[in-house]
Design a binder for this molecule. Structure first.
Ligand code: ARG
Length: 455
């Protein structure tokens, strides 16, 4: 491609360190689409004769068919997907292929290809996250009344419903989706026509290429356009945040599937056995989702570090932008699909969850609230009285609502039999009707709203 200036070819290692084709071949569809939009514009503006433009466009279709049928050859001599496609084009249509690269550089070409690829990636994630949310909604609806312990510090805190707990993840994913959607808006500007860095003297039509590729318009500054990878970083930021959420749910499933918890049994499809311990049923998929989240966060860090010291405009370091994005996208796709499958197929062991909620004195706050409401006692004093009741129940090895009334009145004479109405875990969750609270009625309302928003 630059033989005019060079007497000797590159060293073998130079060839290897320089080549991006082993990974950027994933951009082939975007590369062909970008070239087709470019050459259509060159023909329409008369920069290239219309018949040459038509021949190039048809040739690009041939190149695409070849890629689709045989894959993209990893020819290190041809360095990257852009030079690979141009070489294939020359094979298909001869020297007229050389007119394609008029008023264009690989710098604006790769920036365009990569934006198109990340845009598709965002759309794929959006579809996958929507399916995941539907799975959460289905299971949340099924378990709108199922009582489980809610935790703080991983200590039993107050009873909640499993439906409410699952809907917490629905909310996280809703925010993730909005982050991807937001990133897509800023991404959707077309760098093509920025050429190497300064723009071009040819009378190109950037609105035309931008529109042909589904962009909202062209980027506004050529230097920025060829050196900007914000769109990739924003994709990775949203991916990292999503992975973090999946990892927290994975961690809960791992914990819940352990024998001391026994809250969930993951289906055979999402578990593995042990080669030595026959009784084992391991939550490997959940562990890998937890593990993959670390790698995805690493991809974000890698690209930010690649970019942070680069002067304007293009530097070859930027070729390293693609592997972390590809890796993160693949890992995220697997993680979302695995968590969706696990949520859909998990058996929630609701009797265990209920027993755990009852065992942890988790209605202590309800007792304190009752003292405030019925006895007019200041909350701080009610807290103290309740603490003594918990201590007494602990001594007797029984639940709070199993404490005999005389034990309660011995602690405070203002307590009456009416207190038992609030001491059960069901009464506790049913009472949490404040907006966003865990009461089954609220959970059902939240699910209905979510379904409306998703429709
Ligand atoms: N393979 C290169 C990349 O991904 C394409 C751009 C090359 N531009 C250049 N001036 N060397 O970044």
């Amino acid at each position: 491609m630059w033989g005019g200036r060079f007497a000797e070819g590159p060293a073998a290692v130079m060839r290897e360190i320089n080549a991006s084709i082993p990974f950027d071949k994933r951009l082939w569809k975007q590369d062909v689409a970008g070239s087709k939009a470019h050459v259509a514009m060159l023909g329409a503006t008369g920069i290239v004769a219309p018949e040459d433009a038509a021949a190039i466009s048809a040739g690009l279709d041939t190149v695409a068919q070849g890629y689709a049928a045989n894959g993209v050859a990893e020819d290190l001599v041809l360095e990257d997907i852009h030079m690979q496609s141009e070489a294939r084009l020359a094979e298909a249509i001869g020297p007229v292929a050389g007119r394609l690269h008029t008023a264009r550089s690989r710098n604006d070409q790769v920036a365009t290809d990569f934006r198109l690829w990340v845009r598709d990636a965002i759309d794929q994630v959006e579809t996958a996250l929507t399916a995941f949310q539907h799975a959460l909604l289905t299971r949340a609806e099924e378990h709108a009344d199922s009582v489980m312990p809610g935790f703080t510090h991983l200590q039993s805190a107050q009873p909640v419903t499993l439906g409410h707990h699952l809907m917490a993840y629905f909310e996280m994913i809703a925010r993730d989706r909005s982050r991807f959607a937001d990133a897509r808006v800023r991404l959707n500007r077309c760098p093509l026509g920025s050429a190497a860095l300064a723009g071009t003297g040819f009378p190109i039509d950037r609105e035309m290429t931008a529109a042909a590729l589904g962009f909202d318009g062209p980027t506004r500054n050529s230097l920025d356009a060829v050196s900007d990878r914000d769109f990739a970083i924003e994709y990775l930021t949203a991916a990292a945040q999503t992975a973090l959420h999946l990892s927290r749910l994975a961690e809960e499933f791992i914990l819940w599937a352990s024998q001391p918890f026994g809250f969930v049994s993951l289906s055979d499809q999402w578990s593995t056995g042990s080669s030595i311990m026959p009784q084992k049923r391991n939550p490997d998929a959940a562990e890998l989702v937890r593990g993959h989240s670390g790698r995805i966060i690493g991809c974000l860090t890698a690209l930010m570090i690649t970019m942070k010291g680069l002067p304007l405009a293009y530097s070859k370091d930027m070729q390293d932008d693609k592997p972390p994005v590809f890796e993160a996208h693949d890992l995220l796709g697997l993680s979302i699909a695995a968590m969706t499958g696990m949520v859909e197929s998990a058996t929630f062991r609701t009797p265990r969850m209920r027993a755990a909620a009852e065992a942890g004195f988790s209605t202590a706050t309800d007792l304190a609230d009752w003292l405030v409401r019925e006895g007019g006692i200041p909350f701080r004093e009610a807290h103290h009285i309740t603490g003594r009741a918990v201590k007494r129940a602990e001594e007797l090895g029984i639940a709070l609502d199993a404490l005999p009334l005389e034990d309660l009145t011995a602690i405070d004479s203002r307590i009456t039999a009416g207190v038992y109405d609030v001491l059960s875990v069901d009464a506790s969750v049913a009472s949490r009707t404040s907006f966003g609270g865990t009461a089954p009625a609220n959970v059902r309302a939240a699910i209905a709203t979510a379904r409306e928003e998703m429709a």
